[in-house]
Unconditional design. Structure first.
Lengths: 185, 301
C-alpha cells in the first residue's frame, strides 16, 4: 500500500488549491460589491437634478426643502471614504423624504407622471444602495468565517489573508436608510 | 404556543440539509433498485454500477442541456422595460441583493391570479415570469418578496435540480417496469427466495417511493426559497402578506402546464383530490409557509 501516502498528499494539495482559490474569489467579490455601493450612490445623485427640474416650478413656496436636497446632494458628491458617504447619503435621504412629504400637499405634482416616475426610481435606488451594502456585508461575513474556521484558516494565514471590515452606516439604523418614498406602501 | 425564533441563516442551513438528505434517499433507492435488478441477473455489482452510472449520466446531461421551454408552455410574454419599470426595477434591486451576475429576463403572464415562476439552467441564462394579477394586486414590497423567492430558485439552481428529478423519477419507473417484465422471470434469474420478496416490493413500489421523495424535495425547496428571499429583502412580513393575499385572490392559472407546476411560487393548478396537504403536493401549505416566515421575524397582521 505504498501509494496511500501519495494519494493523501495529492488530496491535501488539491484541497489547498481549492481553498486558496475560494479565498481569491471571495476577496474579489468583496471588492466588486464594495464598488457596487458607489455605483448605486452615483445613480441616486444623478437622479436629483431631474427631480429638482420637475418640481421647482411648483414649489416656489418651499424653497427651503428644495435647497436642503440640493445641499445634501453636493455633500454626497464631495464625501470621501465610506463612512462620510454613508452619512451624507442618509442626510440626502432625509431631505428627499421631506421633499416628498411636501409633494403630497400639491395635487398637481402628485398626479404628475414625471414625479411619480422619479419617486419610483428613487425608491428603487434606495433599495439598491441598501442591498449593495447588505450584500457587501454578507460577503465579508462569509469570508471572515472561512478565514476563522478550521481547517481553511490554515490556508488563510499561510497566504496572509486578513479579516475584512463590515460596512458601517455610521450608526444609522437600516430602517432610516430604507425609507419608503411611496406613501401607503 | 409562542413561535420559535429562527434566523434566515438557520432556516437556509436546515432546509439545505434536509434537501441533501432527501437527495441521498433518492440515490439509495436507485442503488437498491440497481442491486436487486443486478442480483436477478446474477450480476449484483454490475447492477449497482449501472444504477450509479445512469445517475451520473443524468446529472451531467441535465447540467449541460440547453435552454428551457416552460416560458413558452405557459404563454409568458417578455416584459417591456419601458412600461414595466416597477418590475424591471425590482429585479435589478434583487440582482444586487443576491449577487447574481446577470439580470434575469422578466416575463409577464396575462392572468388575474397571483403567481410567479423562475426558469434557469444557470445564473447566466435565467428568466422569471410573473402574472398580471401579482403586479396589480400586490404592493411594491410584496411583489419584491415574491420575485425574491424566484431569484432564490435561480440561485439554488432549482430548475436544473427539478429537471434532474423528473428525468430521474422517469428512469426509475422505466427500470422497475423492465425488471418486472423480464428480470424477475428470465431464465437466467438467480434470485434466492429471500431476495424475491424485497425485489418484488422494490419493483412495485420504487416508482411510488421516488415520486413521493420528489414531491418532498420540491416542498423543501419552496421553504428554502422563502428563507433565501428573506435573506435578500430582510422583509419576511411582505412575503408573508403576499402569500396571505393569494389565499384570497387565488393562484390558479387557467391552462397551466401540469409538468411545470412545481416551478411556481404557489401551486397554479386546481387541488388534487388528495388536497394540498398530502404527500403528492408540489407545494407546502401556505399556512405553514406563513408560519415559518413569522418564525423568521414577520409581524402578524
Amino acid at each position: 500500500m505504498h501509494y496511500v501516502p501519495l494519494l493523501l498528499i495529492v488530496a491535501g494539495v488539491g484541497w489547498g488549491i481549492l481553498t486558496y482559490n475560494a479565498f481569491v474569489s471571495m476577496k474579489n467579490r468583496i471588492r466588486n460589491s464594495f464598488h457596487q455601493i458607489d455605483v448605486q450612490l452615483r445613480r441616486k445623485i444623478d437622479l436629483i437634478p431631474n427631480l429638482v427640474e420637475v418640481v421647482k416650478d411648483y414649489m416656489s413656496f418651499e424653497k427651503d426643502t428644495l435647497e436642503r436636497v440640493i445641499q445634501a446632494r453636493s455633500m454626497v458628491t464631495q464625501a470621501k471614504g465610506p463612512k462620510e458617504k454613508a452619512e451624507s447619503s442618509a442626510l440626502l435621504t432625509d431631505a428627499l423624504k421631506s421633499l416628498f412629504a411636501v409633494v403630497e400637499s400639491y395635487p398637481d405634482l402628485k398626479a404628475n407622471r414625471a414625479v411619480t416616475d422619479l419617486e419610483e426610481e428613487l425608491t428603487s435606488t434606495e433599495n439598491r444602495i441598501a442591498y449593495s451594502r447588505q450584500f457587501y456585508n454578507d460577503c465579508v461575513m462569509a469570508y471572515n468565517t472561512k478565514l476563522e474556521k478550521f481547517p481553511s484558516n490554515l490556508i488563510g494565514s499561510l497566504f496572509n489573508y486578513e479579516k475584512e471590515v463590515y460596512f458601517d452606516t455610521g450608526g444609522e439604523r437600516e430602517q432610516r436608510i430604507r425609507v419608503d418614498l411611496v406613501p401607503g406602501n | 404556543m409562542p413561535l420559535e425564533k429562527v434566523t434566515f441563516h438557520d432556516a437556509i442551513e436546515q432546509n439545505r440539509r434536509s434537501s441533501y438528505l432527501l437527495t441521498a434517499a433518492l440515490v439509495v433507492t436507485a442503488v437498491l433498485v440497481g442491486y436487486v435488478t443486478g442480483a436477478a441477473q446474477g450480476h449484483t455489482i454490475a447492477g449497482v454500477m449501472l444504477a450509479l452510472s445512469i445517475l451520473a449520466v443524468l446529472a451531467i446531461v441535465t447540467m449541460t442541456s440547453g435552454k428551457e421551454i416552460p416560458l413558452l408552455v405557459n404563454s409568458a410574454r417578455k416584459a417591456d422595460a419601458e412600461t414595466e419599470t416597477l418590475l424591471t426595477n425590482i429585479i435589478e434591486e434583487l440582482k444586487i441583493a443576491s449577487g447574481l451576475r446577470t439580470t434575469p429576463e422578466v416575463y409577464v403572464i396575462e392572468d388575474g391570479a397571483i403567481n410567479a415562476f423562475a426558469s434557469a439552467l444557470s445564473d447566466k441564462e435565467a428568466a422569471i415570469a410573473v402574472t398580471r394579477g401579482a403586479i396589480s394586486n400586490l404592493t411594491r414590497e410584496e411583489l419584491q418578496g415574491v420575485l425574491a423567492h424566484e431569484v432564490s430558485h435561480i440561485l439554488g439552481r432549482d430548475t436544473r435540480y427539478f429537471l434532474f428529478l423528473s428525468v430521474f423519477v422517469g428512469s426509475v419507473v422505466m427500470v422497475s417496469d423492465l425488471f418486472l417484465k423480464i428480470g424477475l422471470f428470465s431464465r437466467r434469474a438467480r434470485l434466492s427466495i429471500g431476495l424475491v420478496v424485497p425485489a418484488l416490493f422494490l419493483a412495485l413500489f420504487s416508482p411510488l417511493i421516488v415520486t413521493i421523495l420528489r414531491f418532498a424535495i420540491s416542498r423543501k425547496r419552496e421553504f428554502l426559497a422563502d428563507a433565501r428571499a428573506v435573506q435578500m429583502t430582510r422583509n419576511p412580513s411582505a412575503l408573508a402578506s403576499a402569500l396571505r393575499k393569494t389565499t384570497r385572490i387565488g393562484s390558479r392559472i387557467e391552462g397551466v402546464n401540469r409538468a411545470t407546476r412545481h416551478m411556481f411560487i404557489l401551486n397554479p393548478s386546481p387541488a388534487t383530490r388528495f388536497g394540498d396537504r398530502f404527500l403528492f403536493s408540489t407545494h407546502p401549505p401556505i399556512e405553514e409557509r406563513i408560519k415559518r416566515l413569522h418564525m423568521m421575524g414577520a409581524r402578524f397582521f
